[in-house]
Design a protein around this ligand. Structure first.
Ligand SMILES: *Cc1c(COP(=O)(O)O)cnc(C)c1O
Length: 230
């Protein structure tokens, strides 16, 4: 099918243009399991989803060696459904959520890797900590006790705009903060992932130090249902 040939071409073009240290998370929300399998059959294993229900359905249907990334806003009461298998949660945006992830990880006898989502955009609708809040969390004595999570880096979304300078300054601010906390050696952390860049801005994000890009539309084409949170 033409659609699937396009996906293969999109993937190969992007993959060959990126340095080897840059990981692609293929964002498959609202995309079919057939499309996911097209990339899976090329050897791709990292996929990102925004909604717990949709993720569970796909997890049940698809091969178990897929590494699932949770990138949407996560409600504490839903953590239990993904805790048994989730590979990386990009969207930790409160201490309460992190405590719940730790609790569910313990029940599953796992350590769950997490990124702190940092609010760098000017838009009000985006979730995330500001830099001070994130530092306070890492310095919180209670954070020391969360032995079943590991903070492996940061995630951020730039403002959705054509203003390249603004996007650049937002990504730069996140990279600076990333460098700062990486050198600090907090407990329960191993800071090595900077998840920034989507279809429209991943090339800029990479210039500013991203090593994980979350790509949906540019790989799979337009989503069937529009996500109102973008
Ligand atoms: C949907 C989404 C993406 C992918 O967006 P595209 O513009 O389709 O590449 C990346 N990150 C997050 C957090 C998303 O919600």
């Amino acid at each position: 099918m033409k659609e699937h040939i396009d996906i293969i071409e999109n993937y190969n073009n992007i993959k060959s243009s990126l340095a080897e240290n840059i990981e692609i998370v293929a964002v498959s929300k609202f995309q079919s399991t057939e499309k996911i399998m097209t990339l899976y059959n090329l050897g791709h294993r990292n996929f990102g989803e925004n909604y717990v229900q949709e993720l569970i359905e796909k997890y049940n249907q698809l091969p178990k060696d897929i590494q699932w990334h949770f990138i949407g806003h996560l409600q504490s009461n839903k953590v239990k459904y993904i805790a048994p298998f989730i590979h990386l949660i990009h969207s930790v945006d409160s201490f309460k959520l992190l405590q719940e992830i730790n609790k569910q990880a313990l029940k599953n006898n796992r350590i769950i890797n997490c990124l702190l989502q940092i609010h760098i955009a000017q838009e009000e609708t985006k979730f995330g900590f500001d830099f001070n809040e994130a530092e306070n969390l890492l310095n919180n004595p209670q954070f020391n006790q969360l032995h079943n999570i590991k903070i492996t880096g940061l995630m951020g979304m730039a403002t959705f705009t054509n203003n390249t300078q603004q996007i650049e300054s937002e990504f730069l601010s996140l990279k600076n903060f990333y460098d700062k906390i990486q050198h600090h050696r907090y407990p329960n952390t191993d800071i090595k992932i900077l998840s920034m860049g989507m279809s429209n801005d991943f090339n800029i994000a990479i210039q500013y130090g991203s090593n994980m890009v979350r790509l949906g539309t540019i790989l799979f084409g337009e989503r069937k249902i529009q996500n109102n949170a973008r």
